[in-house]
Design a protein around this ligand. Structure first.
Ligand code: HEC
Ligand code: HEC
Length: 400
């Protein structure tokens, strides 16, 4: 208990310094609707780690040195000035290579059970003992893009050499236990994992809970316009959005759920044929050799579970800060919040023709089918959109 309070105070102090979400963290402190973000026992939060992690997050030298001017940092695709996203349909990595999916925001990822659109990052194992380190999805995630050929295209060895030369003191200051492994066969895995832990610690301070909606939920009824209040009623009522986007995090993929929760097929996957070839290999981006009938489609959660009932399922995104995290959906298909909402409730968007409209693969969630069986008018879609806009707040597009 003491530990949790201690961590909360630390987060609050840092959030105030960094100017992030102080209101929301204050609510966590009061034991209000927003629980404290979990911190894994294997990576206690300290200010030394947060500061190191912040610098690493912004450092293009973690990407492959051969890429020269096209080197990228985490912040290239998760820019603090763009809601920790990149305003692109799909991200561009080293050598301007086009990635597979849309860049999700880092805001509030501290609360997510697993990371990535398909949830493939869930935990790390200890490099020395091999033990599973529960609750480390952010730590596990951070080491992915560093090595992904379409993102930073680097090796653990390169990263460790660079970090040991550029951040040696900061590294040993933040992780004193690492020093004993320098020069041993554990050096690379242990230091590389410390890099992931530092970055994850920084990400745990990237919080967003100070939107007009939060003030409204805390009792200040004047912070939402009538249109937004009507939108909230539809969100919780006829729209049944809360079935998958429950308050206060607006996603069902939160850490307190069993591992497989929070993945749904809402029919966006059928755009898969437009995603083309892999810039690093020249192969199709989604070859699906095991399931040739789905050649070219992004099959989402299926890649993690190999369960055909998971084809086309993606992780429910938390709907906060949408005003600056567009375009939307795992393939960045919709450029406006309104189009994304219209697609969710109708399955089509007026003015956007879709050659794959009837081309469903996998099973669209029955909850979504029920929503689409309702009739929807323009006003209701506008109200829902206005409500979603009320979930963006504070220094949302410049969250540093
Ligand atoms: C080239 C662009 C690019 C770079 C560089 C990049 N990311 Fe990402 N990031 C993405 C994309 C795209 C996804 C979604 C990929 C997927 O789901 O398959 C993602 C996913 C994530 C997620 C998961 C969010 C969620 O809701 O599931 C986190 C956290 C994250 N990145 C942090 C980082 C960190 C930390 C770094 C640096 C070590 C980094 N990213 C580097 C583009 C990038
Ligand atoms: C069955 C679960 C489910 C329901 C119900 C649901 N959503 Fe979603 N929502 C998702 C999933 C999963 C995605 C991501 C889909 C993808 O990219 O393939 C998503 C994506 C979105 C996005 C895009 C967000 C982003 O960051 O890209 C918006 C906006 C959205 N939903 C709004 C709504 C609204 C409004 C409702 C109610 C009318 C609703 N959703 C109901 C699961 C659901």
């Amino acid at each position: 208990m003491m530990k949790r309070i201690h961590i909360s105070i630390l987060i609050l102090a840092l959030a105030l310094i960094l100017g992030i979400a102080s209101y929301g963290v204050a609510r966590m402190m009061e034991g209000g609707a927003i629980p404290a973000a979990p911190v894994p026992e294997s990576n206690p939060l300290t200010s030394a780690k947060i500061h190191l992690g912040k610098r690493l997050f912004m450092d293009r030298n973690l990407s492959n040195p051969d890429a020269g001017k096209s080197r990228v940092a985490c912040s290239t695709c998760h820019s603090p000035m763009l809601g920790f996203s990149d305003a692109r349909i799909r991200s561009e990595g080293v050598y301007d290579r086009l990635g597979k999916r849309n860049s999700p925001t880092v805001f509030n990822t501290a609360y997510l059970l697993s990371q990535f659109w398909d949830g493939r990052a869930q935990y790390l194992t200890d490099p020395v003992t091999g033990e599973i380190l529960q609750g480390t999805s952010l730590e596990a995630q951070a080491l992915g893009p560093v090595q992904d050929p379409l993102e930073m295209n680097n090796t653990p060895e390169n990263v460790v050499t660079y970090v040991l030369s550029a951040y040696r003191n900061e590294l040993f200051g933040a992780f004193p236990e690492v020093e004993q492994y320098i020069g041993t066969s554990y050096e690379v895995p242990v230091v590389f994992q410390a890099v992931g832990k530092a970055i994850a610690s920084y990400e745990r301070t990237v919080l967003a809970f100070n939107s007009p909606y939060d003030f409204y939920a805390a009792g200040n009824t004047r912070t939402l316009f009538d249109e937004q209040i009507r939108g909230l009623e539809i969100f919780e009522g006829k729209g049944n959005c809360t079935a998958c986007h429950p308050e206060p995090l607006f996603t069902d993929t939160t850490y307190d759920n069993p591992p497989d929760t929070g993945f749904h097929n809402i029919g966006v996957f059928r755009e898969g044929y437009e995603t083309g070839t892999n810039d690093a290999t020249g192969e199709p981006l989604f070859p699906n050799s095991e399931l040739p009938e789905y050649e070219g489609y992004d099959l989402g959660r299926y890649y993690v579970t190999s369960d055909t009932s998971d084809i086309g399922k993606f992780k429910t995104p938390p709907l906060r800060q949408l005003l600056c995290t567009g375009p939307y959906m795992h393939n960045g298909k919709y450029s406006s919040i309104r189009d994304a909402v219209e697609f969710v409730v109708k399955g089509t968007v007026s003015g956007i023709s879709d050659p794959y409209e009837e081309d469903f693969v996998g099973d669209v969630s029955p909850v979504i089918i029920d929503i689409r069986n309702e009739s929807w008018n323009e006003d209701e879609i506008n109200d829902l959109t206005a409500f979603l806009e009320a979930l963006s707040g504070g220094r949302m597009c410049g969250g540093m």
